[in-house]
Design a protein around this ligand. Sequence first.
Ligand SMILES: [Zn+2]
Ligand SMILES: [Zn+2]
Length: 135
Amino acid sequence: MTAKLSAPRKKAGSKPDDKKLDRVVAQALQARDKRMQSYREQALKVLPWICGRCAREFALENLHELTVHHKDHDHDNNPADGSNWELLCRYCHDNEHSREIDALAADTAATGSSTDKATYKPFANLRDMLAAKKK
Ligand SMILES: [Zn+2]
Ligand SMILES: [Zn+2]
């Protein structure tokens, strides 16, 4: 049995066609927009126009402030019965997501040493630095 030597092949003409790439990206974005549009429309059809957090009611005039939140945070999980959607006003939606970030931050803070902050003296070397500058 002879092992084939796989010499590094030259990638001739494999440079991505920028225009083609642009088109593919544009199509993907369009598809995403379409999907987003459609699940928002669907959500607005099956759910009452009320923020699930602050219970603010919405009408056509301010409907753009009502956003669709995915309960499992999977934007591709869009069951037609609306079980993965929650309508939230922009503020509550922001809150909903920043809470996760807060939770994440709390997690990392908990694992790090909390004494760092207390002992950190940003200007401890300032005198030395100034002295060095004067020379
Ligand atoms: Zn709200
Ligand atoms: Zn969300």
